[in-house]
Design a protein around this ligand. Structure first.
Ligand code: COA
Length: 280
C-alpha cells in the first residue's frame, strides 16, 4: 500500500534539515529555501515502478504549496544510480493499451516537474538510463558527477523512450545528437553530457551535492516570482510561435513590474545593499 501522507513539520530557516515526508521510496527534506527529493530504491538501482512514480508525484504536489521552498534538488540514493530506468519487470507485462497508459502516466508526472513553478535541479551521480534519463531531462537543470552515465537504451528492449525522451532530448541537445543517443542506445559519461549540453556542469563525484546545493541556493536568493515567470517564459516559448512567445514574455515582464520584489530588487541595487525578496 502506498504511504503518501505527509508528516506535520515546520521549515526552519537556516541550516537545519527537516524531514518533510518519508514514503516508501521517496524522501523529501527541506533546508531553508531548498528541498531535496531523494528516490531510494537502491536494490533496483532506483528504477521507477508505479509506486515510485506516484511518490515522486506526491512529493512535488506537496512542495507546490510550500512558499518557503524556492528550489528543489532531485537525486537518487546511493552511489550507483540516479535512476536506472523504468522498471523493466513492470514494462515486460505491457500490452498495446496498457503500454500507452504506462507512457502517459510517466509523461504526466514528468510534465508536472517540468511545469513546476520553482526550479528543479537533477543531481546525477550514477546511472540515469531510460526513464531515469527522461526524468533528468524534465528537470530544469542537470548537474552531473564524473560517475554519471546517461543513456536511452530503450531500442535495445524493443521500445522507444516513452516519458518524453524523444521530445525533450532533441530540444536540449539538437536532433542529430538526440538521434545518435536514442538510436544507438549508447551511454555517455558526465563529461560528455556536459560537452553536448545534456548536463549543465560536471563535477568530481564527492562534490555533486555541494554543487547542486550551491546552484539551488543561488537561485533561491533571487526574486521568486521573477524566477517563476522566467521558467514560464523559457518553457512557454519553446511551445509557441516567435510572436506569441514575445507577447507572452512582454506580458510577464509587465506583471513583474507590479511586484514588491521588483521595487525591492531595484531599490537595493540603487542603495548598494542586498535585496530581501518576499515573493510578492
Ligand atoms: N528495471 C528493473 N530492475 C532494474 C533496472 C530496471 N530498469 N535496472 C537495474 N535493475 C535491477 C537489476 O535487475 C538488479 O536486480 P537483482 O539484483 O534483483 O537482479 C539490480 O537492479 C542491480 O542491477 P545490476 O544489473 O545487477 O547492476 P549492474 O551494475 O550489473 O548493471 C546497469 C547496472 C544499469 C548497467 C544494468 O542494471 C542495466 O542495464 N539496467 C537496465 C537499464 C535500462 O535498460 N533502463 C531502461 C529501461 S526502459
Amino acid at each position: 500500500m502506498l504511504r503518501l501522507e505527509r508528516r506535520a513539520r515546520r521549515i526552519e530557516p537556516g541550516g537545519e534539515r527537516n524531514q518533510m515526508s518519508d514514503n516508501r521510496y521517496v524522501r523529501t527534506e527541506v533546508t531553508g529555501a531548498v528541498a531535496r527529493v531523494t528516490i531510494d530504491r537502491q536494490a533496483k538501482l532506483n528504477a521507477l515502478n508505479p509506486e515510485v512514480i506516484a511518490e515522486i508525484d506526491a512529493a512535488f504536489a506537496g512542495l507546490e504549496g510550500e512558499p518557503e521552498v524556492r528550489a528543489v534538488i532531485l537525486t537518487g540514493a546511493g552511489d550507483k544510480a540516479f535512476v536506472a530506468g523504468a522498471d523493466i519487470g513492470v514494462l515486460a507485462g505491457m500490452g498495446t493499451l496498457t503500454g500507452t497508459e504506462v507512457s502517459r502516466a510517466g509523461q504526466e508526472v514528468l510534465r508536472r516537474i517540468e511545469r513546476f513553478g520553482k526550479p528543479v535541479i537533477a543531481a546525477v551521480g550514477g546511472y540515469a538510463l531510460g526513464g531515469g534519463c527522461e526524468l533528468a531531462l524534465a528537470c530544469h537543470l542537470r548537474i552531473a558527477s564524473e560517475r554519471a552515465r546517461f543513456g536511452l537504451p530503450e531500442v535495445g528492449l524493443g521500445i522507444i523512450p516513452g516519458y518524453g525522451g524523444t521530445v525533450r532530448l532533441a530540444r536540449l541537445v539538437g536532433l542529430g545528437r538526440a538521434a545518435e543517443l536514442i538510436l544507438t542506445g549508447d551511454m555517455i559519461d558526465g563529461t560528455r553530457a556536459a560537452e553536448i549540453g545534456l548536463a549543465n556542469a560536471v563535477v568530481p563525484h564527492g562534490e555533486l551535492m555541494d554543487r547542486a546545493e550551491k546552484v539551488a541556493a543561488r537561485i533561491a536568493g533571487n526574486a521568486p516570482v521573477a524566477v517563476r515567470m522566467a521558467l514560464a517564459s523559457l518553457y512557454g516559448s519553446s511551445e509557441s510561435s516567435m510572436d506569441r512567445a514575445l507577447d507572452f514574455e512582454a506580458t510577464l515582464f509587465g506583471l513583474l513590474a507590479s511586484t514588491g520584489d521588483m521595487k525591492e530588487g531595484m531599490a537595493a541595487f540603487l542603495e548598494k545593499r542586498k535585496p530581501v525578496f518576499r515573493g510578492v
